[in-house]
Design a protein around this ligand. Structure first.
Ligand SMILES: Cc1ncc(COP(=O)(O)O)c(C=O)c1O
Length: 396
């Protein structure tokens, strides 16, 4: 038997392992349902999800407004490409641009974070007529050819060999290292303004300001990869333009993950100035801007706004920082809003992550063995966060 609903965990795991390429180390559970910050397994066990399905479930699992919008759109029209106009696409682009800093005026829709970054680099090359791209140690930008060549975190770049030429690597946080590389062949600087997978690493606002000045002085574009930090994750719509960014607004912002609450969708947001360099057919993708994805984008932005999730993200961050302040094993809490890294004094993040999972709390690790990553839904409650803190204290 090859089809039909399977509900028993052992059978689900055996079948998936047999028929799916083994490219992921999986948790020993099968997710069957989700509501808010909780998922329920095939066996009816409930897990508190502070990882949000990889930072995707920003509005929580199955937010009723998002589910209703997807259902309604599915009954009207699932898809038509950009060869026709669409009311829901018009609304998604307008709303997204309204949420962004003032100089950001245009959206290009695609399907994932890696695709958004590929297109952002292409925009920069078209705008400047140059080919080089500077990215940073510890940054992650995706797994397609150009994006993986821009990824200097761990082993990823090697996996993408042969790499796309013209990629250069500067030291995250060091303006001097960028200055040395930034010659007239460089089209853009691309960075995760908060490096999530590297262990939630942030720089001082001055760093982002210096990058902006350097880009302006040397004719390069500045691209923020906000695939993780965007769409409310930091307690603001975008890291771009925030106080933590020193008020800096890049020329291009890339988005994905939370943007469709789980329906695959990515986007590049950019300025009139950059858009002026782009002609018909320069960029494209069949599925980008499809109606179902656009309905998910509109509903995601509405849910975040209507439920006050930006304020909630900031409040939960404050509470978590307070509650972890006197835990002796915790050295620091890194990050912003609900992209947080709990830094331990020792390299115990993987053990803590495992022990939390045994207590039915899902968290993430990072490439820094001291840092446990939290990317919960932006609607996570104080009680849910307190439950995490209690579990953590018990484990430690
Ligand atoms: C910062 C960042 N950029 C890009 C990507 C790639 O996004 P996707 O997996 O949607 O292609 C990721 C994925 O984890 C990411 O974290």
């Amino acid at each position: 038997m090859k089809t039909g609903a399977i509900t028993n965990f052992a059978e689900i795991a055996a079948r998936e392992d047999e028929f799916q390429l083994a490219t992921y180390k999986k948790m020993k559970l099968a997710a069957a349902q989700g509501r808010g910050a909780w998922i329920e397994t095939s066996e009816g066990e409930r897990f508190l999800d502070l990882y949000g399905g990889h930072a995707v479930a920003a509005t929580g699992h199955c937010h009723p407004h998002v589910v209703a919008a997807i259902k309604e759109q599915a009954e009207q029209l699932l898809f038509y490409s950009n060869l026709v106009y669409s009311g829901v696409r018009a609304r998604a682009a307008e709303r997204l641009v309204e949420c962004a800093p003032a100089s950001i005026t245009k959206a290009f829709f695609c399907n994932s974070g890696t695709e958004a970054n590929e297109n952002a680099m292409r925009l920069a090359r078209m705008r400047t007529g140059r080919e080089g791209i500077i990215t940073f140690t510890g940054g992650f930008h995706g797994r397609t050819a150009d994006a993986i060549s821009a990824t200097f975190l761990g082993k990823y770049r090697e996996l993408g060999r042969p790499n796309v030429p013209g990629h250069l690597c500067a030291e995250f946080g060091s303006v001097e290292s960028v200055e040395k590389l930034a010659d007239e062949a460089v089209a853009a600087l691309l960075l995760e303004p908060i490096q999530s997978m590297a262990g939630v690493r942030m720089a001082a606002p001055e760093f982002y300001r210096c990058l902006r000045e350097l880009c302006d002085a040397r004719g390069m574009l500045l691209i923020f990869d906000e695939v993780q930090t965007g769409v409310g994750r930091t307690g603001e719509w975008f890291f771009a333009g925030s106080e933590a960014a020193g008020g800096v607004v890049p020329d291009v912002i890339t988005l994905a993950k939370a943007l469709g609450s789980g329906i695959p969708v990515g986007a590049c947001l950019t300025t009139d100035e950059v858009a002026g360099a782009i002609k018909e057919n320069d960029l494209g993708t069949t599925f980008g801007g499809g109606m179902l994805a656009m309905a998910a984008v509109c509903a995601t932005l509405e849910a975040i706004e209507q439920d006050g999730m930006l304020e909630n993200a900031r409040e939960i961050e404050r509470r978590l920082r307070e509650r972890l302040a006197d835990v002796p094993q915790v050295a620091a809490v890194r990050g912003r809003g609900l992209l947080l890294g709990v830094e331990f004094k020792d390299e115990i993040a993987a053990q803590v992550n495992k022990a939390l999972l045994e207590r039915r709390v899902i968290t993430g690790t990072s490439s820094d063995a001291r840092v446990l990553r939290l990317l919960p839904p932006l609607c996570v409650t104080r009680e849910e966060i307190d439950l995490f803190v209690e579990s953590l204290r018990n484990i430690l």
